[in-house]
Design a protein around this ligand. Structure first.
Ligand code: FAD
Length: 375
């Protein structure tokens, strides 16, 4: 099989990048997308995602982020809108924690691209963040904001430019082995491919029930807060904070509001984005409102915008990039566990290499070799 015909199911964050990488390699690649690239119904809505080098959990991601950074720049060359604004971001950690050790280790590797900021430094330079006594900051100079809708659209466009096609508003309902090939079924068509990549985000376990024990789809809320009267947001920058409760935030591009989100413990379990409850009740907001009261003296106490998004998690929080348990020639890429946007171009490249049986760098062995356990 010299140049296999490959289907990519889902052209969201990861699928659009896989499609781009396949098209760059001259593969006849076809994307299937429930909506259209850049839509807000999956894991990628809400206008911004954090790009960062400083790690809180796993140093093995550092080379993956480095490769992603290079590919983000290559993708930018194909696109008119700005895909990222890298004006720096803060990592806020508590002294003596595992997260602070990992963050300091990555800061050391980044040399002058990272700066450790004491309590006093933080108070002077970033007074709009009210740190706890035992917290300090690290400025990650090459970090910042990715614009996810544009980024996905840019990857999809770049793939199309290089010969791929995308069937938009097209839901795949079945994937099954047919001899040496794989049949992809939608409501009104079926097509045979040599190989299939499933990158269906939080929908993956509904589409591939055998994957369900390994993936936990969750509903994540993004909440936007205005400044209090008399304040503005000029002192706020994108940040991530590991403890006491994991949270992150990004000012909106026009500087009018701060978007805030919380970690895994605050996400609702769902079966699939299709059936998930998208209503937001007051108790869903308790934790983020506590965060604002405690940490952001200049923000209003009630959000001005609230939106749900959907993401799948693995137990280890390392993404599942591997063969489907029983269907040959199907690669599954899911479970990006709340951190998959920044690395998506590198992971897209990994997916293309995997499905084409090309050499995979040793640096990805912790991902492709991960022994995923059921929840
Ligand atoms: C609120 C929130 C904040 C986040 N913040 C960050 C951050 O700051 N930095 C970071 O790096 N990461 C962040 N993440 C994580 C990151 O956004 C996700 O890891 C990443 O977007 C997951 O990509 P995906 O391709 O798996 O899913 P998606 O982007 O949702 O793509 C899946 C695609 O598959 C399509 N699809 C599904 N089923 C079918 C079907 N049957 N047929 C056809 N198409 C189908 C869907 O329509 C969708 O387009 C955040 C996630 C959320 C939810």
């Amino acid at each position: 099989m010299n140049t296999p015909r490959i289907a990519v199911i889902g052209t969201g964050t990861i699928g659009a990048q896989v499609l781009w990488q396949l098209a760059r390699r001259g593969v006849d690649a076809v994307g299937y997308e429930l909506y259209s690239p850049g839509h807000p119904r999956g894991a990628a809505g809400g206008e911004s995602r954090l790009f960062r080098y400083i790690e809180l959990e796993d140093m093995r991601y550092l080379p993956v982020v480095r490769r992603a950074d290079e590919l983000w720049n290559e993708l930018q060359e194909t696109a008119l809108p700005r895909l990222r604004s890298l004006d720096g971001a803060l990592t806020i950690v508590e002294e003596g924690t595992v997260a602070s050790t990992t963050a300091l280790e990555s800061a050391e590797l980044l040399g002058d691209r990272a700066e450790v900021l004491s309590q006093d430094d933080m108070r002077r330079q970033y007074p709009d963040f009210r740190l706890h006594e035992n917290e300090f900051g690290i400025l990650d100079r090459d970090a910042g904001t990715i614009y996810p809708d544009r980024a996905i659209q840019a990857a999809a466009n770049a793939a199309i430019e290089m010969g791929a096609s995308i069937r938009t508003e097209s839901r795949v309902t079945g994937i099954e082995q047919r001899g040496a090939q794989v049949r992809v079924t939608t409501g009104d068509s079926d097509e045979l491919f040599d190989k299939v990549v499933v990158a269906a985000g939080a929908w993956t376990s509904a589409l591939l029930p055998e994957m369900a024990p390994l993936l936990a789809p969750r509903r994540l809320l993004s909440t936007w807060f205005l400044p209090r009267p008399g304040s503005d947001l000029s002192g706020l920058v994108p940040y991530i904070r590991a403890a006491p409760n994991y949270s992150y935030g990004l000012p909106t591009a026009d500087g009018s509001a701060m978007k805030l989100g919380l970690g895994f413990a605050n996400h609702k379990v769902v079966e699939s984005p299709d059936s998930a409850d998208v209503r937001v009740v007051e108790s869903d907001l308790t934790a983020v409102r506590e965060l604002v009261r405690d940490f952001f003296p200049n923000l209003e106490s009630y959000p001005m915008r609230i939106n749900p998004y959907f993401e799948s998690y693995t137990q280890s929080r390392i993404e599942y990039v591997g063969k489907h348990p029983s269907t040959n020639n199907v690669l599954v890429m899911a479970g990006f566990s709340g951190k998959g946007f920044k690395t998506s171009p590198a992971i897209g490249e990994l997916g293309a290499q995997f499905v084409l049986e090309q050499e995979i760098s040793e640096e990805y062995s912790f991902i492709v070799g991960q022994d995923h356990q059921p929840f």
